[in-house]
Design a protein. Structure first.
Length: 758
C-alpha cells in the first residue's frame, strides 16, 4: 500500500475521476500475486488488430521491457463516462489471482485512444491465433467469439479443426462417429506456461449440408448451453456436412432400439454425461427385467438383471451394479414425440432415469426409473420424494378423518377442514380442532395469552413409518390482538374454552416477548422447570401435553412431538367470522399455527402458535426473528439518541437522522456523524483519498446481547473541498450510497480545513 501511495504521484490519466477510479481498484489487492490495476498510455500498444465486428482488438503491450499480448476492449462513446459506470463495466473482470477467480478474465488496467478519446480496458489475452480458420467468415467470427470467452486454463479452446486431423473413424449410428484426433486438443501446461496439444479420442456429430450456417451455429450454442464439451467445428470436404467435435462419451455397448428418433435421443442423453457419478442413459431390452410386480396401472417394480452402469474409480471403467427399479408404462397409442417429451419432463423433475425399454407384446414404451419416486398407494409421483409423501393420498386420508372430530360449530369445522386441505408438504402443520381438555399446566401470561402443555401434541409426519405421529409441544393460547407482520408464526389450530365459549388460537411457543407490559416485571423463565412468566396482555406460554403432529418419513405416518407453544386469546364477544379472519391473517403472515382451542370457562377461542417471535421491550412481533431484532424499538432508540450527537450543521444532522431511520435489518450499517478525533494512523493515498483506523469503530448488532456494539475497522476517508456547498456534498453522498459496492459508515469533518469527509 505504501508503494502504491508513493507511485500514485508518478502517473496520471489527465482526469481526476479516472485517477480516483484507478486508485480505488488498486486498494482492492489482497496479496502479492494480484494484478496491480494501472493507467496504460496508449503509445505502449503496437500491432493492434480488430477482432471481428465487436468491441475487441488484440495488441502487443510493451510492459516492463517485455512484449505482452493483450486484448483491448473499447468503451465506445465513453468520453464523459462516470466512475460509477466504469466500475460497473469493470465488475465483470478481476484483478484476483486465486483459483476462486480462474473463471473470470483478468484486467490489467485502463487506457484511452488519444484520437477518439474512448476509454479502453486492457485485458488478459484470450484469443487463439493458431487455431486455424474456415473459409466461411460467419463461422470464423463465431469461433473467434467462442475463443474470447475463455476464462480459465482448464477451459477448452474452441477451434476450427481440419477434417484430415481425424483417423480411425468408426460409425456408431447414422450421425455419430468415434475417431482419433491426431494433433489433439489444446491443453494448458502450467509448468511450461503455454498451450500444448494432447491426442484425444473424440465423437463426431454430423449435420446435413442442407442446413444453413445459422441453423448449424444455433445448434452449436444449444449444445454449449447443455454443457456438452465441444472441442470445435470441422467439415467433411466431400459431403460438405458440418461436424461437431465432441468429447468421447457415447456408450457403444448400450444397445439400440431400431427407431432412429429414439436412438438419437438416447445418444444425445449419453453425450450429456459430465461426471463419473452421472447415470448412463441406455436402451434396455425388456427381457432384462425379472420379478415384475404391479404397483398401479402404469407403475411396476422389477429387478434389472444386467443392472445399471456405474463407474469404478479403481478399475477406471464402467461396471454393472444390480438395482431395484420402477417401470413407468406409456401407452403405445402415444406418438414417439409425446413419449420423449414425457421423458424430458421427468428429467427436468430431477428423477433418476436409467433408460428406455419397450414391452415386446404391447409395444408400450417404458421409462426405467429409480424406486421411491411413486406412491405405493396410488402409483402417482410422490409429491415429496425424499419423504415418500403423496399429497393426494394425504388429502384423501384427511377427508376420511373429518367424521372423527368436530368443534360443535359447523362454520369452525368447515374452516379447519379448508385449512387442512391446503397442506402441501410433510413439514407443513396440520391445522386442527383441539379439545380444551388436551391442555395442561395452563399459566396466565397476560389478559389474552396463556402458556400450556398440549397433551397429545401436534402432528408430525414420520418419514420411516410414512404416517403422521403426535409430538408433545409447549404452546401459547392466544385470545385477541391486532397483528401486522411478515414473520413465521406456527399456528397449530383452534380450541374453545367450554366455560366462557371464548375461541382460542393455538400458537407455537416463543413468538411473544416475555417482557412487555412493564419493564420492571422482568422474570427469568425456565421452560423445563415450567415456571410462569408474563409475556403481554394477550399472550400466554404453555406446554402442549399430547403435542404437535409431525410426519415421520421412516414410518410414513404422522407422529406427535412435544412442543412449547404460545396461546393467543380471542374474546368470546368476537363473532366466529372475526375469529376465523384473524386466523387467516396469521396464516397469511406465515406464522406457525398448530391449531385452534377454546377456554371452557371463558369461551374464548385460542390460537395455538409457535414461541419465540416477540420483542422483549414492546411485545410486538420481531421484525427479524433470527436476530430477535425489533425495528420499531431500534428506531425509537435511535431517535432518543439524536440529542447525544451533532455535526454542528442542521442540514447535515437532518440528513444523517434520515439515513439512520432507514435501517431495516440488523445487518444494515448505522450511518453516523463521526468525530474527526476518532481517526488515527491517517495515511495519504491520493489527493482526496486517505487510509485510517477508526478507533471506536463501526456499530454492529450483537445477536446474543440484543444490542449494538462497536467493532474497530480500517477505513478510507474521501475528502470533499470545503468550497463545495452542503447540497453538493450531500448529493455526492447519495451517489455513493446508490453504489452497491461501497459501504459508507458516515460523515466527518476536518476541524482545521473544514473539508467534509465521507
Amino acid at each position: 500500500m505504501e508503494n502504491l501511495e508513493k507511485n500514485s504521484r508518478s502517473w496520471t490519466s489527465g482526469n481526476e475521476k479516472i485517477d480516483d477510479f484507478i486508485r480505488e481498484i488498486q486498494l482492492e489487492i489482497n496479496n502479492s500475486s494480484d494484478t496491480i490495476f494501472k493507467w496504460v498510455p496508449y503509445n505502449q500498444f503496437s500491432n493492434i488488430k480488430k477482432i471481428g465486428n465487436g468491441d475487441f482488438a488484440v495488441a502487443t503491450w510493451k510492459h516492463n521491457q517485455n512484449d505482452v499480448t493483450v486484448n483491448l476492449k473499447y468503451l465506445y462513446n465513453s468520453q464523459s463516462i462516470t466512475t460509477y459506470e466504469l466500475r460497473n463495466e469493470a465488475r465483470q473482470y478481476s484483478i484476483r489471482s486465486s483459483s476462486n477467480y480462474y473463471n473470470i478474465c483478468k484486467i490489467y488496467g485502463v487506457s484511452q485512444n488519444p484520437y477518439t478519446k474512448d476509454y479502453i480496458f486492457v485485458l488478459q489475452d484470450g484469443y487463439c491465433k493458431g487455431c486455424g480458420e474456415n473459409e466461411n467468415e460467419k463461422i470464423d467470427e463465431f469461433i473467434q467469439e467462442m475463443q474470447l470467452k475463455i476464462n480459465n486454463p482448464k477451459d477448452i479452446i474452441f477451434e476450427w479443426i481440419s477434417y484430415d486431423q481425424f483417423s480411425d473413424i468408426k460409425k456408431i449410428s447414422n450421425i455419430i462417429y468415434s475417431a482419433l484426433w491426431n494433433d489433439g486438443q489444446l491443453k494448458y501446461n502450467r509448468n511450461k506456461k503455454e498451450w500444448t496439444r494432447v491426442q484425444v479420442e473424440i465423437n463426431l456429430k454430423l449435420f446435413n449440408s442442407q442446413n444453413t450456417v445459422d441453423e448449424f451455429l444455433n445448434k452449436v450454442v444449444e449444445y454449449k448451453n447443455d454443457n456438452f464439451k465441444i472441442y470445435g467445428i470441422s467439415q467433411n470436404p466431400d459431403t460438405k456436412d458440418y461436424i461437431f467435435v465432441l468429447q468421447d462419451r457415447y456408450c457403444e455397448g448400450c444397445g439400440e432400439n431400431g427407431n432412429e428418433k429414439i436412438d438419437n435421443f438416447i445418444q444425445e442423453m449419453q453425450l450429456k454425461i459430465n461426471n463419473p457419478k452421472d447415470i448412463i442413459f441406455e436402451w434396455i431390452s425388456y427381457n432384462q427385467f425379472s420379478d415384475i410386480k404391479k404397483i398401479s396401472n402404469t407403475i411396476y417394480s422389477a429387478l434389472w438383471n444386467n443392472d445399471q452402469l456405474k463407474h469404478d474409480r479403481n478399475k477406471k471403467e464402467w461396471i454393472r451394479v444390480q438395482v431395484e427399479i420402477n417401470l413407468k408404462l406409456f401407452n403405445s397409442q402415444n406418438t414417439i414425440d409425446e413419449f420423449l417429451n414425457k421423458v424430458v419432463e421427468y428429467k427436468n423433475d430431477n428423477f433418476k432415469i436409467y433408460g428406455i425399454s419397450q414391452n415386446l407384446d404391447t409395444k408400450d414404451y417404458i421409462l426405467v426409473l429409480q424406486t421411491g419416486y411413486h406412491c405405493d398407494e396410488c402409483g402417482e409421483k410422490n409429491t415429496e420424494t425424499s419423504y415418500k409423501w403423496c399429497k393426494p393420498c394425504q388429502i384423501k386420508n384427511l377427508k376420511e378423518n373429518f367424521k372423527n372430530w368436530t368443534s360443535g360449530n359447523e362454520k369452525i369445522d368447515n374452516f379447519i377442514q379448508e385449512m387442512q386441505l391446503k397442506i402441501n408438504n410433510p413439514k407443513d402443520i396440520i391445522f386442527e380442532w383441539i379439545s380444551y381438555d388436551q391442555f395442561s399446566d395452563i399459566k396466565e401470561t397476560n389478559i389474552t395469552i396463556y402458556s400450556a402443555l398440549w397433551n397429545d401434541g401436534k402432528l408430525k409426519y414420520d418419514q420411516n413409518k410414512k404416517e403422521w405421529i403426535r409430538v408433545q409441544v409447549e404452546i401459547n393460547l392466544n385470545h385477541v390482538l391486532e397483528y401486522k407482520s411478515d414473520n413465521n408464526f406456527e399456528v397449530y389450530g383452534i380450541s374453545q374454552n367450554p366455560d366462557t365459549n371464548d375461541y382460542i388460537l393455538v400458537l407455537q411457543d416463543g413468538y411473544y416477548c416475555k417482557e412487555c407490559v412493564e419493564k420492571n416485571e422482568k422474570t427469568d423463565i425456565n421452560f423445563i422447570q415450567e415456571m410462569l412468566k408474563e409475556i403481554s396482555n394477550t399472550i400466554y406460554l404453555a406446554l402442549w401435553n399430547d403435542s404437535q403432529l409431525k410426519y415421520d418419513r421412516n414410518k410414513k405416518e404422522w407422529t406427535r412431538v412435544q412442543v412449547e407453544i404460545n396461546l393467543k386469546l380471542f374474546n368470546s364477544q368476537n363473532t366466529v367470522d372475526e375469529f376465523l379472519n384473524k386466523v387467516v391473517e396469521y396464516k397469511n403472515y406465515n406464522f406457525k399455527i398448530y391449531g385452534i382451542s377454546q377456554n371452557p370457562d371463558t369461551k374464548d377461542y385460542i390460537l395455538i402458535l409457535q414461541t419465540g417471535y416477540h420483542c422483549d421491550e414492546c411485545g410486538e412481533k420481531y421484525t427479524v426473528i433470527s436476530y430477535k431484532w425489533c425495528k420499531p424499538c431500534q428506531i425509537k432508540n435511535l431517535k432518543e439518541n439524536f440529542k447525544n450527537w451533532t455535526s454542528g450543521n442542521e442540514k447535515i444532522d437532518n440528513f444523517i437522522q434520515e439515513m439512520q431511520l432507514k435501517v431495516n435489518h440488523p445487518r444494515d450499517i448505522i450511518f453516523e456523524c463521526i468525530s474527526y478525533n476518532q481517526f488515527s494512523d491517517i495515511k495519504e493515498i491520493s489527493n482526496t483519498i486517505y487510509l485510517a483506523l477508526w478507533n471506536d469503530g463501526q456499530l454492529k448488532y450483537d445477536q446474543n446481547r440484543k444490542e449494538w456494539i462497536r467493532v474497530q475497522v480500517e477505513i478510507n476517508l474521501k475528502l470533499f473541498n470545503s468550497q463545495n456547498t452542503d447540497d453538493e456534498f450531500l448529493n455526492k453522498v447519495v451517489e455513493y450510497k446508490n453504489n452497491d459496492n461501497v459501504e459508507i459508515y458516515g460523515i466527518s469533518q476536518n476541524p482545521y480545513t473544514k473539508d467534509y469527509i465521507l
